[in-house]
Each structure stands twice: as structure tokens, then as C-alpha cells.
Design a protein around this ligand. Structure first.
Ligand code: RRO
Length: 303
């Protein structure tokens, strides 16, 4: 009988699916719905030290095979999130808080607050493609990534994940920097920097002009990134980027992902996507004679 249970950087998950940061992760009630839908873990919307309203509308635009967003890190601030977790009614599955900050030291402060209010792990967002002085502006710099991880690891005992940007020449180097500095896992990938223009007005559609592309359009980029990172580091890689079906999940796991995050597919298919992915994965494992998910992780690297 195939088992879907996995352990990722010390977190025990009943199945390898997680809610990706940025979608339905901002309120206790929506987190609760995701848990009920069968996710193995949830990642919150990125939270910072202070409340932030985000960019002006439009903040999301649908394109062929995906979405381009420039939300601008809207969030209630880490101190106001305690109530949301209470409303989720006792999470029952691991909750990973995505956090952002403007300096390595601030990452440590926000991480400490996150753990204090109940995070089982933190995911450092050093990869938002359109944020000023945070996100990828930190995450494209090996030294800053290393410092953010080191200062955070000194402050919290909970596992520290680092969400990486694909908008670099060599994502594996960033994963190595995160690992050297003590990261417990890396998540790959955040959105791909993108833009949409309305040809009638000739103007950029998004309020912020630039945004991040997510969804099926970026899946092959994500698979390539995970494959490269898996060869470069020993810490777990959490796959993210366009996973919509159980076949996508299998592909990511074969490339080296220990678990997979689902985001944009929820907008396209609804929360039922978690059950579709886990049912399909379990069926695939049974048919192929795999006893556990770990047996599939990274098999595409074998000669
Ligand atoms: O809030 C956003 O605009 C956003 C974030 Br924090 C991120 O990490 N990635 C993204 O595509 N959008």
C-alpha cells in the first residue's frame, strides 16, 4: 500500500502537497478551507513587520496559461496575524509562515515573531520579482541571502526555508548559498518577472507595470530549476511553479522535489485540486509499485 506521508526538514506531512504562499493564505478562514481540502501543509501570504496595503489596481491579469500579478506584498503585518491563526481553529497540519523583510536583521525579527505566534517553519521570501528593496533585490545577491539565513537561524529553532527566484543566471548557486548558511530547505520557484500591455491603450495593464508570471506557463522553468538545485544541494527542495495536475506533481518529485506547493491552480480549478493531486499520486505509486513518495524523489537523475 503506497504511503503519501513525507517528512520535510523535520515537518511531518500526511501528503506532499502544500498551499503555496500568496493565495488564500491571508486569513484564518481561508486557511481552514485549504486544510479541509486536504493540503499536507499551508504557507501563509508573505507577512512583514508592518501592515502594508500593496499596489494600486489592477494587481492581477490573466494571460495564456497563467496569471501575472503585482500585488505588492499586501498583508496585515505579523503582529496582527495571531488572530487569523486562531480563526483557522487549530491548524492541525504544519503551518509555514512566509515572511519578507528589508534587511537580514529584520528577517530574524519577523521570523522570531512568526514562531512565537505559531509558525512550525518560516519561508524567507527573497524572491518577489517586483518589490523594491526586498524580495528578489535581496534574493539575487548571494551575500544577502546568506546573511538573511544566518541571522534568522541564530534567532529561531524552527526550520528555515528559503524561497528562491528564477530571475537569475544560476539558481543553484543561490541554493548553495542558502544551504551553506544553514537553511533547512529551499522552495523553488517564485514567479517569473513579466509584463502585459493593453494594445488598445498602449499602456501596461498592471498598476505596478511589472509583475510575476505564475501557472502552467512557468512549469518547465520550475522543473529545470529543481533539477539543477537537486544536483547542487543536500537539503530538501520544495517544488513550486505551475503544478496543476497529479502528473505535474510526479514530474516535480522526479526532478527532485520532496514536496510540492500549489497556488495558481486553485484559481483555475478550485480547492479540489489538492485531492485530485493526492489521489492521482497515490494511484500512480500503487500502479508503479512505489511504497512511499521518497522512492520517487529525484529519480530522473539516475543514469
Ligand atoms: O505580493 C506580491 O506581489 C507577490 C509576492 Br510577495 C511574491 O513573492 N511573488 C509574487 O509574484 N507576488
Amino acid at each position: 500500500m503506497a504511503s503519501l506521508a513525507v517528512e520535510v526538514a523535520g515537518l511531518k506531512l500526511a501528503n506532499p502537497t502544500m498551499l503555496a504562499a500568496g493565495i488564500l493564505g491571508m486569513s484564518g478562514l481561508t486557511l481552514k478551507r485549504v486544510i479541509e481540502a486536504g493540503a499536507g501543509a499551508v504557507v501563509t501570504k508573505s507577512l512583514g513587520l508592518k501592515p502594508r496595503s500593496g499596489y494600486s489596481n489592477p494587481t492581477v491579469v490573466q494571460v495564456e496559461s497563467g496569471l501575472v500579478n503585482a500585488m505588492g506584498l499586501p498583508n496585515p503585518g505579523i503582529d496582527n496575524f495571531t488572530q487569523e491563526l486562531r480563526e483557522a481553529g487549530g491548524i492541525g497540519i504544519p503551518v509555514i509562515m512566509s515572511i519578507y523583510a528589508f534587511t537580514p536583521q529584520e528577517f530574524a525579527v519577523v521570523a522570531e515573531k512568526a514562531v512565537r505566534i505559531g509558525a512550525d517553519a518560516v519561508e524567507l521570501n527573497v524572491s518577489c520579482p517586483h518589490a523594491e528593496k526586498t524580495g528578489a533585490e535581496i534574493g539575487q545577491n548571494l551575500k544577502l541571502v546568506g546573511e538573511a539565513v544566518k541571522t534568522t537561524k541564530r534567532r529561531v529553532k524552527a526550520p528555515v526555508f528559503v524561497k528562491l527566484t528564477p530571475n537569475v543566471a544560476d539558481i543553484a548557486e543561490l541554493a548553495k548559498a542558502a544551504e551553506r548558511s544553514g537553511a533547512d530547505a529551499v522552495t523553488a520557484i517564485n514567479t517569473v518577472k513579466a509584463m502585459v500591455i493593453d494594445i488598445e491603450t498602449g499602456r501596461p495593464v498592471l498598476g505596478n507595470k511589472m509583475g510575476g508570471l505564475s501557472g502552467p506557463a512557468i512549469k518547465p522553468i520550475a522543473v529545470r530549476c529543481i533539477y539543477e538545485i537537486y544536483e547542487a544541494v543536500k537539503i530538501p527542495v520544495i517544488g513550486c511553479g505551475g503544478i496543476t495536475t497529479w502528473r505535474d506533481a510526479v514530474e516535480f518529485i522526479q526532478a527532485g522535489a520532496a514536496a510540492v506547493q500549489i497556488g495558481t491552480a486553485i484559481a483555475a480549478k478550485g480547492l479540489h485540486v489538492f485531492k485530485q493531486v493526492t489521489d492521482g499520486l497515490e494511484n500512480f505509486m500503487g500502479l508503479k509499485g512505489f511504497g512511499g513518495v521518497e522512492e520517487i524523489v529525484g529519480i530522473s537523475h539516475r543514469d
